[in-house]
Design a protein around this ligand. Structure first.
Ligand code: NAP
Length: 548
C-alpha cells in the first residue's frame, strides 16, 4: 500500500487542481494532484458529448497567470470546442511540467483530519494513503453526473449515455432513433448535432429554457490581436465585473427607465452579437425586477416564435415559468431551428411525464417511444455532489456530509468551520458557477497560496473559519440571493434537480468584483473570521495571522 507524505494534497486534476499545483509548487510546498480520470481536464475530460463547447468566449475563458501562455496559445474559434479546451489543458500540463505530480486513475474515497497530528489522511480507491498538512478540494461544481432514478433503465436494450460520462471514442447515431432527455445547456448543444445523424430524434422536455445564439465563428484574427495586445488591462477589468468577463461592467441603467424602442434596439443588438453575458448585464434591474426581466424574456420568446415554424412547438419551447437568467442561460448554435426538421419531435414531458424506461425505449404517461439510443442530458448533483461523495471527516468530530445535510455551510466558499486546513476551490458560497470559472479558480488558488505562505512565514500551521464568521457569511449569501430573481427558478443553483436535496441557493451572486474585494480585505485584516494556530497546543498558542 503506497504512502505519500505531502504539504498539500489536491483532489481533482481539472483547471482548478492544475493551477493549484502550479502555484503551490512554485512556493515550495510539496504538492500532488489526485485525479479520478485517466487524463487531466476535469469537466473538459468527461463531457465529450457532441457539440460540447464553452459558452464564454475563449479569449476570456483561459488562464491569465502566464503572459506567454495567453499570448501564444491560439484559439481557433470564438467559443472553443471541448476537444480544443482539453488540448489546451494538456498543453498547460506539459508546458509547466505538471504531470510528474499528477496521479491519474486515483479516486479519493475519504479524507480524515487528525487534530493532534494536524494532518489530513486521504485514502484512494486503490488503497493509496496520502498524508498532507493541507488538503485542497478542486473537485469541480458539475462533476457528479446524475441519471434520474427511472424505473426499468437496466432493461433498455439499446445504448444509453450520460453527457458527463460520454465515451471517449464518441457515439455514432447514424440512422438511429434517439431520445435526448433534458433541455438544459448540455442538451441544447447536443440536439442540433444528433439531429443531423439520427433517423429520428425525440427530445423529452420537462422545462423549457431560455437559449441565446452563440454566433460562433472562426476567430477573427484582428480581434484576437487587439484583445491580446490589451490582455493585462482586460484581465484586470474582468476581475472587477459582476461575472468575471471583461467588457461587461456593472450596469447602471434600468430597463424600465428605457423606452420600449430603446430596449428593443438594445436586445436586438445583443441577440445579433451573440453570447449570454451581454444580456445578463444589459440593465441593472434585469436580475432583480420581474417587470424589467419580463421585457427581455418576452423579446426572447418572440425570437423563438419567429424561428420555429410550428406554433405549438414554438409555444412549448418558450419558457414561461421562470425569469430569464434566473437559471443558467443557455447558448446555442441552431437549437430552435432544429425543431423545423422533419426528423425531430419535441415531446412534452411536463404534461405527460416519463414513467419508465422499457426494453424498447421511453414510456411516458401518453405513449411509448421506441428508441435505439438514449442520451441523458439530465445534469449533475451540482456544487456539493463531489464533496459529499468523499467521506470528509474530523477524527472524533464532524462529518462534512452530515454538517451539510441542510445545505452547504462555508465561509467565503473557501473553507467550512470545524474542518481545519481543508480548502475548496470555487466552493458553494463563492461566485463559482455564477462567474467565468477560470477567473474564480485563479482567485481562489491565489488566495489559498497566499494564506499558506503567510501561515508558513509566521510559524503557523492551522487555519479554520470561526462558526460565527461562517453563519454571517451564509446569511449574507442568502440575503444577496433573496434580493434577486435567482431563487424564483427551480434550478440546480438551489439543488432543485436532485430529489430530496435541501433547497438552498448555493452560489454567491454579489458579483466577482465585490466578492474578490471582500476576500482581499479579510486576508489583509489578519484573516478576519478565521482562527489560526501554531502546531501543538492550539488553545495556548493561538495567534493572529497577518497578511504579507
Ligand atoms: P441541467 O441544466 O441541470 O439540465 C438537466 C435537464 O434534464 C433539464 O432540462 C431537466 O429538466 C432535465 N431532467 C432532469 N431529470 C428529468 C426527468 N426525470 N425527466 C425529464 N427531464 C429531466 O444540466 P446540463 O444541461 O447538463 O447543464 C448543467 C450545467 O452545466 C449548465 O447549467 C452549465 O452551467 C454547465 N454547462 C455549461 C456548458 C457550456 O459552457 N457551454 C455546456 C453544458 C453545461 P427540469 O429543468 O425540468 O428539471
Amino acid at each position: 500500500m503506497a504512502k505519500v507524505n505531502l504539504d498539500v494534497a489536491v483532489v481533482g486534476g481539472g483547471l482548478g487542481g492544475l493551477y493549484a499545483l502550479y502555484r503551490l509548487r512554485r512556493l515550495g510546498f510539496t504538492t500532488r494532484v489526485f485525479e479520478a480520470g485517466s487524463g487531466v481536464g476535469g469537466t473538459w475530460f468527461w463531457n465529450r458529448y457532441p457539440g460540447a463547447r464553452c459558452d464564454i468566449e475563449s479569449l476570456e475563458y483561459s488562464y491569465s497567470f502566464s503572459e506567454e501562455l495567453q499570448s501564444e496559445w491560439r484559439w481557433p474559434e470564438r467559443y472553443a470546442t471541448q476537444p480544443v479546451i482539453l488540448q489546451y489543458i494538456n498543453h498547460v500540463a506539459d508546458r509547466f511540467d505538471l504531470r510528474r505530480d499528477v496521479e491519474l486513475n486515483t479516486r479519493i474515497a475519504s479524507a480524515v483530519y487528525d487534530r493532534a497530528a494536524n494532518r489530513w489522511t486521504l485514502t484512494a480507491g486503490d488503497g493509496t494513503i496520502i498524508s498532507a498538512r493541507y488538503c485542497v478540494m478542486a473537485t469541480g461544481n458539475l462533476s457528479t453526473p446524475r441519471v434520474p432514478d427511472f424505473k426499468g433503465l437496466e432493461s433498455f436494450q439499446g445504448k444509453w449515455h450520460h453527457s458527463g460520462l460520454w465515451p471517449a471514442e464518441g457515439v455514432d447515431f447514424t440512422g438511429q432513433r434517439v431520445g435526448v432527455i433534458g433541455t438544459g445547456s448540455t442538451a441544447i448543444q447536443m440536439i442540433p448535432l444528433i439531429a443531423r445523424q439520427a433517423s429520428h430524434l425525440y427530445v423529452f422536455q420537462r422545462t423549457a429554457n431560455f437559449s441565446l445564439p452563440a454566433r460562433n465563428a472562426a476567430m477573427d484574427v484582428e480581434r484576437e490581436r487587439q484583445h491580446k495586445a490589451d490582455y493585462a488591462r482586460r484581465r484586470d477589468e474582468a476581475r472587477t465585473t459582476p461575472f468575471g468577463v471583461s467588457g461587461y461592467p456593472l450596469p447602471t441603467q434600468s430597463a424600465l427607465a428605457a423606452s420600449p424602442e430603446e430596449r428593443r434596439r438594445n436586445y436586438e443588438r445583443l441577440w445579433d452579437e451573440g453570447g449570454t453575458i451581454g444580456f445578463l448585464t444589459c440593465y441593472n434591474d434585469f436580475l432583480v425586477s420581474e417587470e424589467a426581466n419580463e421585457t427581455a424574456a418576452e423579446f426572447v420568446r418572440e425570437q423563438i416564435r419567429r424561428t420555429v415554424h410550428d406554433p405549438k412547438v414554438a409555444e412549448l419551447l418558450a419558457p414561461k415559468d421562470h425569469p430569464i437568467g434566473s437559471k443558467r442561460l443557455c447558448l446555442d448554435t441552431g437549437y430552435y431551428e432544429t425543431y423545423n426538421r422533419d426528423n425531430v419531435t419535441l415531446v412534452d414531458a411536463r404534461s405527460a411525464p416519463i414513467e419508465e424506461i422499457t426494453p424498447r425505449g421511453v414510456l411516458t404517461a401518453d405513449r411509448e417511444y421506441e428508441l435505439d439510443a438514449i442520451a441523458f442530458a439530465t445534469g449533475f448533483d451540482a456544487m456539493t455532489g463531489a464533496l459529499r461523495e468523499i467521506d470528509i471527516r474530523v477524527e472524533g468530530g464532524e462529518v462534512l456530509a452530515e454538517k451539510w445535510v441542510g445545505g452547504p455551510l462555508t465561509y467565503l466558499g473557501l473553507m467550512s468551520a470545524g474542518f481545519p486546513n481543508l480548502f475548496m476551490i470555487t466552493g458553494p458560497g463563492s461566485p463559482s458557477v455564477k462567474s467565468q470559472m477560470i477567473v474564480s479558480i485563479e482567485q481562489h488558488v491565489d488566495w489559498i497560496a497566499r494564506c499558506l505562505d503567510d501561515l508558513r512565514t509566521q510559524g503557523l500551521a492551522r487555519i479554520e473559519p470561526t462558526a460565527d464568521a461562517e453563519v454571517a457569511w451564509v446569511a449574507h449569501v442568502n440575503q444577496v440571493a433573496d434580493s434577486t430573481l435567482y431563487p424564483r427558478a427551480n434550478s440546480w443553483y438551489v439543488g432543485a434537480n436532485i430529489p430530496g436535496k435541501p433547497r438552498v441557493f448555493m452560489p454567491y451572486v454579489g458579483g466577482v468584483g465585490a466578492y474578490r474585494r471582500r476576500c482581499d480585505e479579510i486576508a489583509a485584516n489578519g484573516y478576519e473570521g478565521f482562527e489560526v494556530t501554531a502546531e501543538g497546543n492550539a488553545a495556548l498558542r493561538q495567534r493572529t495571522l497577518s497578511a504579507a
